[in-house]
Design a protein around this ligand. Structure first.
Ligand code: GLY
Length: 366
């Protein structure tokens, strides 16, 4: 006999609010009303920069409201997004007696939301998670959709899981303290979403450059809202990144290679902007994208101050090796603004080499 049982576990679809509440971080009453019901103990996980700007205040509001909240801060920067930092945070929580009945509130940019998400997913096999993103990139991308991971020496985000938060609370006024380079990282993310999902949103980003860069509240709020809407629609259709969600990797095949080649002296947004442009050129070479659209894409990035500058000129051979490092590369390709036609297309090496040559000669070192 070979008995077999079928184990059928109905998987609950997580439903959560992404609440945009301008100024809620500076208004304790509004902030407390925006929180969902919390578990018995709360750990506010942040980095040492955001601790001083926002997280200490948040922790204070919670404590004066009678909630057992404590701050857990780690050194800021991508260098902290490691298994070692996660272990240190876990040890801190164990030492302070945090158990299963814990809420982790992540306050910070993408490094914090990724780290806190992964921590929440595994601590006592999973505790409640609330995201309070404070960078534009975290507001429109990292805090939504449940991707949680840490880096390992050979690769970014290689160890992690999917774990959805109970709520995301976005206060766009937090952008006032964000450095311009970080703001641009988030703007690249918005442009990317427009390119793979929504031509009207692209038009909006194209026509509100000054307002967005000067943090005009109405424009910033609309731009964030549309990006979050696109992200949540993609995640609803493909939580596990098997199909449609992969469109969000537009520009990343080239972008990741450039990040590695430049030893991360380019920011993620700067690398992805070049990546989007080169991958758009590939689509144009393949006869899918018009030259006019390619020009529009280049122009919008330049209008937001993205300069496509590389620290040095790399040979086509070195760049190709960096792109091919992880095996046969697959590209997200678009056939128009807001019109994707592939979330994982292989392209001939000759086309890739031509695109990298164009990047060097026409875009970066013209
Ligand atoms: N950052 C891309 C994604 O969440 O799928």
């Amino acid at each position: 006999m070979n008995p077999t049982l079928i184990c059928t576990i109905p998987s609950p679809s997580p439903i959560y609010e992404i609440a945009m509440r301008r100024d809620c971080l500076s208004n304790p009453g509004v902030f407390m009303r925006t929180l969902p019901s919390l578990r018995q103990r709360v750990a506010v996980v942040t980095d040492d920069t955001v601790a001083l700007l926002y997280a200490q205040h948040i922790c204070h509001h919670l404590v004066v409201s009678g909630i057992a909240a404590e701050l857990c801060a780690f050194p800021s920067g991508e260098k902290s997004k490691t298994r070692a930092t996660k272990e240190l945070l876990e040890d801190q929580l164990f030492a302070r007696g945090f158990g299963r009945d814990t809420t982790i509130i992540a306050v910070g940019g993408g490094v914090v939301t990724d780290m806190a998400g992964y921590l929440a997913a595994t601590y006592c096999r999973g505790v409640q998670l609330i995201m309070i993103p404070t960078s534009l990139l975290a507001m429109v991308d990292a805090s939504i959709g449940g991707k949680a991971a840490v880096d390992v020496p050979s690769c970014k985000n290689l160890v992690g899981c999917f774990y959805q938060p109970s709520k995301v609370i976005i206060d766009p006024s937090a952008l006032a303290t964000l450095p311009l380079r970080e703001l641009r990282n988030g703007i690249v993310e918005m442009i990317k979403k427009a390119l793979v999902a929504d031509p009207a949103y692209f038009d909006f980003l194209e026509t509100h450059v000054e307002e967005l860069l000067s943090l005009n509240a109405a424009v910033v709020d609309k731009a964030i809202f549309e990006s979050c809407r696109i992200k949540k629609e993609f995640v609803e259709q493909d939580e596990r990144d098997c199909s449609k969600r992969r469109l969000l990797n537009f520009g990343h095949t080239i972008g990741h290679a450039l990040e590695v080649l430049t030893k991360f002296s380019l920011s993620h947004g700067e690398a992805v902007a070049i990546g989007i442009l080169v991958e758009s050129y590939i689509a144009e070479r393949l006869g899918k994208l018009s030259n006019e659209s390619l020009e529009r894409i280049q122009t919008i990035f330049r209008s937001y101050g993205l300069t496509f500058r590389l620290p040095e000129q790399y040979s086509i051979k070195n760049m190709c090796e960096a792109v091919l490092f992880r095996g046969q590369p697959r590209f997200v390709l678009i056939s128009g603004i807001g019109l994707p036609f592939s979330y994982g297309m292989e392209v001939d090496k000759a086309v890739l080499e031509d695109a990298l040559g164009w990047m060097n000669d026409v875009v970066c070192f013209n």
